[in-house]
Design a protein around this ligand. Structure first.
Ligand SMILES: CC(C)(COP(=O)(O)OP(=O)(O)OC[C@H]1O[C@@H](n2cnc3c(N)ncnc32)[C@H](O)[C@@H]1OP(=O)(O)O)[C@@H](O)C(=O)NCCC(=O)NCCS
Length: 311
């Protein structure tokens, strides 16, 4: 029993009650559990492991507090998989990437990237008053020249379409660029490079998310490619993946973890804040890899990048 309990308190485990999960997702999309103290975690895991899950347990979450994971013996030791199986519940397993995961990781990455298109095109405008000013100025000039009301009425629709078109084009270019670099050879870029790694999260035997860590220097590692399958969001997968990177950073004695995200991804910002990241800078007019920087693209696509760090 002691052995079982020791296995159950492995740090980054989120344990979902299968029967309650759908109901839970539909009802609130909110978490009933939270970071729990060791004793409560032990008790709940013990209950779930050895008995039918009590009806009040819809989700049991065990998360190591940031920076509190046990010190690792060897600097470059591989991190163990995080796994817990039970006939009453589902397990989120976070493990290192294998070649057979490639197709699923590509799909999740592709979908995650493409869903940023409308956010960048439309919501993004809020973050770019300079673009709004430009569009307004063009509208006024057009009106002054043509005095044509229907043309002026049409301009906002044209701007919206152009923004969508160019956001999509840049994301497509970014995807292409990523596929010809790290995402095309994940094994070589992450698994065979010391100090870097790529993990996948598995739920119900299916790959539902991924995250990578890449060594930037002796002291700094970057968290990137964080993405979770749309149908499995708000289940804690993002937190578990993020925690894995933080544990990895600690095990490899990195002083800090950095990441960059666009300003138009509120879910990602909340997630990273929750993981202990804070903003250390912004780049307005960030040149997205894969963009062509053509004149029209610069008018209809602008990127505000937020740089964050966790020490
Ligand atoms: C960002 C992302 C990885 C989050 O994954 P997830 O598995 O849904 O995250 P979790 O369930 O672990 O949520 C952790 C916390 O993040 C925040 N969060 C997640 N989704 C959110 C949303 N849609 N709106 C607001 N906050 C959100 C919440 O604070 C949440 O904690 P809570 O559920 O206790 O409130 C996921 O939404 C995603 O893949 N998005 C598209 C790709 C992307 O933006 N990647 C980041 C690029 S840098």
């Amino acid at each position: 029993m002691k052995g079982n309990l020791e296995r159950l308190i492995n740090p980054t485990i989120i344990f979902l009650d299968c029967r309650r999960k759908l109901e839970y997702r539909e009802r609130t999309h909110a978490r009933t559990g939270g970071t729990q103290d060791l004793l409560a975690a032990r008790q709940q895991c013990y209950q779930v492991r050895h008995h039918a899950a009590p009806s009040f347990i819809s989700k049991t979450e065990i998360i190591t507090k940031l920076g509190k994971s046990p010190p690792h013996q060897t600097q470059m030791a591989k991190q163990p998989d995080t796994r817990l199986k039970d006939q009453n519940g589902q397990t989120i397993l976070v493990r290192e990437f294998k070649l057979e995961d490639k197709a699923e990781v590509h799909r999740i990455f592709h979908e995650g990237l493409m869903e940023m298109v409308p956010d960048t095109a439309f919501r993004g405008l809020r973050h770019h008053p300079e673009s709004l000013l430009l569009y307004t100025a063009v509208t006024v000039v057009c009106f002054a020249i043509t005095m044509c009301c229907w043309l002026i009425g049409l301009l906002p629709a044209i701007v919206v379409c152009m923004r969508y078109f160019y956001s999509r084009r840049v994301m497509g270019g970014y995807l292409k660029q990523a596929m010809s670099a790290d995402m095309g050879d994940m094994e070589g870029h992450y698994m065979k490079t010391p100090g870097s790694c790529l993990w996948v999260a598995e739920l119900e035997g299916k790959v539902v998310g991924a995250v990578a860590a890449v060594r930037l220097s002796d002291n700094v590692v970057e968290l990137l490619r964080m993405c979770v399958d749309r149908s499995y969001r708000r289940c804690g997968v993002g937190v578990v993946l993020g925690q894995k990177v933080l544990q990895f950073a600690e095990a490899h004695r990195y002083a800090s973890v950095v990441l960059g995200t666009t300003a138009y991804a509120p879910a990602a910002h909340q997630l990273y804040k929750r993981l202990g990241f804070h903003c250390v800078g912004v780049t307005n007019g960030y040149v997205t890899p894969g963009s062509s920087r053509s004149f029209l693209e610069q008018i209809f696509y602008r990127c505000l990048k937020i740089h964050s760090k966790a020490d």
